[in-house]
Design a protein around this ligand. Structure first.
Ligand code: URA
Length: 498
């Protein structure tokens, strides 16, 4: 590599905004075409003043015969990521690498022991990690007085707002939102991203109505027996807690966890209180002749499949006998089996949250399941949910068809693939048919969406929130179109188009 003289002319190069690959690349290209070595460059970020008062590199003479070098794509990707790091030395580091690549060390990036390469990789890794945390921990709050407008405050470690904003635009395309941070803000109006200067924390709303709902839900799904504070702190470092509504609960939940686990451990294993009458199997329902109430009574003694035996009780459908909307789930879970009511556990709470946000009264709906007994496996004191098998769904189908025949709902919403297959037939594929209207032989219309338990199982907060929004969007169609129903629970969809 040619070595500049100690008193070689110095040049300045400004990169603005300092995380922009385009801005850095234009400057670096100018410097290369002029043969300016790394040691001669005084890098300036944004509006920084030059301490050395060096002239701008663009005023240096271009070398005879110089041409724009061809740079490996890997390097440009690495540079784009590193530039988002706050490290003040990242620009000279990248230029040094570029200089080496264009001066005889073209494959330097493939040498993982090289000090410059190692450093650049470490910076890029920190930026990727920060970006991941932003995706997971940004929490939007409703702007008071503005329907459907949301603001989030976030303090990233690095200059990642521009890099991560497209993720939020894709995920929350239907919302109007802004993310404010100390260095940069970004706004999405449903069409395009607009970037602006940084803001103050006070510019974002501190609280909103969703917050306490979210906290209730979080406290419900928090499992003290699964608490691993080391993993938790690794995944959710304490400095992000100030952005998270659930974080206010964590110290208490963590403090009480050991005691709660000990309690669970000390409590004698309790066989669920069996509520299934020990009498002869009920006849399977026929026709639509008798009432829902009579059907429910008959189902109490059902023995059409083995699930009745370990279950506590039949969990039959619930809701007004003239409900116009029927919601069909998969099967009762642990909480439902013990309480005897459908959708009483965590999945039910999430369904409630969506209904509440959409202004749909749960009390106006008829809620039921494809299978009426809890299919589970006992592991010690814990009863683990197991998916019902098709023979269980098949055995239970007459009860579900009996409910449909007696209720005559206008719309059936199936939650999850099991419910959808039971109502619309085994050819139903949730991935393909989600949200598409189907008409049953008796003229009842319906569609399927995902099960709320599936939403809860999504790996991280960002994915869970996105899955929840899509789930809620699917339920939203229950509100569309029928003005005649105003004041009598949810509106019904217009004539299906598919
Ligand atoms: N999941 C269901 O499908 N139904 C319930 O009732 C509860 C959880």
């Amino acid at each position: 590599m040619p070595r500049p003289q100690p008193d070689a002319q110095r040049w300045s190069l400004r990169v603005d905004p300092p995380w922009s690959l385009d801005a850095w690349r234009d400057g670096a290209r100018d410097a290369l075409l002029r043969g300016v070595a790394p040691e001669q460059l005084d890098w300036l970020q944004g509006s920084d003043a030059s301490l050395l008062d060096a002239p701008a590199v663009a005023t240096a003479p271009v070398l005879d015969g110089a041409s724009v070098p061809n740079v490996p794509r890997d390097f440009l990707e690495l540079a784009a990521t590193c530039l988002c790091h706050r490290d003040g030395q990242r620009m000279p580091l990248l230029y040094r690498l570029l200089w080496r690549i264009t001066h005889g060390e073209r494959s330097v990036l493939s040498n993982p022991a090289d000090a410059d390469v190692l450093r650049a990789m470490a910076l890029a890794q920190a930026v990727r990690r920060d970006s991941h945390k932003m995706k997971a921990f940004v929490r939007f709050r409703e702007v008071p007085g503005q329907a459907d407008a949301f603001i989030a405050w976030f303090e990233p470690d690095h200059y990642i707002v521009d890099r991560v904003a497209p993720f939020f635009a894709r995920r929350f395309a239907g919302m109007r939102w802004a993310i404010l941070s100390p260095d940069r803000s970004v706004q999405w109006d449903g069409q395009a991203l607009a970037f602006g200067p940084g803001a103050r924390r006070e510019d974002a709303p501190a609280d909103d109505v969703q917050e306490s709902l979210w906290q209730t839900y979080y406290a419900n799904i928090f499992n003290p027996a699964r608490l691993n504070t080391r993993m938790m702190l690794q995944e959710m470092p304490a400095r992000y807690w100030r952005h998270l509504p659930e974080a206010q609960l964590l110290p208490g939940l963590v403090r009480d966890a050991a005691e709660r686990v000990q309690d669970m451990h000390d409590r004698p294993a309790q066989a669920p209180q069996r509520k299934i009458p020990a009498r002869a199997p009920a006849p399977m329902p026929t026709g639509a002749g008798n009432s829902l109430q009579a059907l429910r009574q008959q189902a109490l003694a059902c023995r059409q499949c083995p699930l009745w035996e370990p279950a506590t009780q039949v969990v039959f459908g619930e809701g007004p006998a003239d409900a116009r909307i029927m919601v069909v789930g998969e099967q009762p879970g642990d909480v439902e089996d013990l309480s005897g009511h459908p959708f009483a556990g965590p999945a039910g709470k999430l369904l409630d949250r969506a209904l509440q946000e959409l202004g749909i009264d749960r009390g106006a709906l008829y809620l039921t399941n494809a299978v009426k007994h809890f299919h589970h496996e006992r592991r010690g004191k814990v009863r683990l949910h197991k998916r019902p098998e098709s023979r269980h769904v098949h055995a239970c189908q007459p009860w579900l068809l009996g409910e449909i025949a007696r209720l005559r709902p206008q719309v059936i919403v199936c939650l999850g693939a099991t419910a959808a297959a039971s109502v619309f037939g085994s050819g139903f594929k949730l991935a393909r048919d989600r949200g598409r209207w189907h008409t049953l032989d008796d003229g009842t219309r319906g569609y399927a969406t995902v099960h709320p338990a599936w939403v809860l199982r999504q790996g991280d907060d960002a994915r869970r929130e996105e899955a929840y929004r899509l789930f809620r969007d699917d339920l939203q169609r229950l509100q569309v179109g029928d003005s005649a129903s105003a004041g009598h629970g949810p509106a019904l969809p217009p004539t299906p188009d598919r």
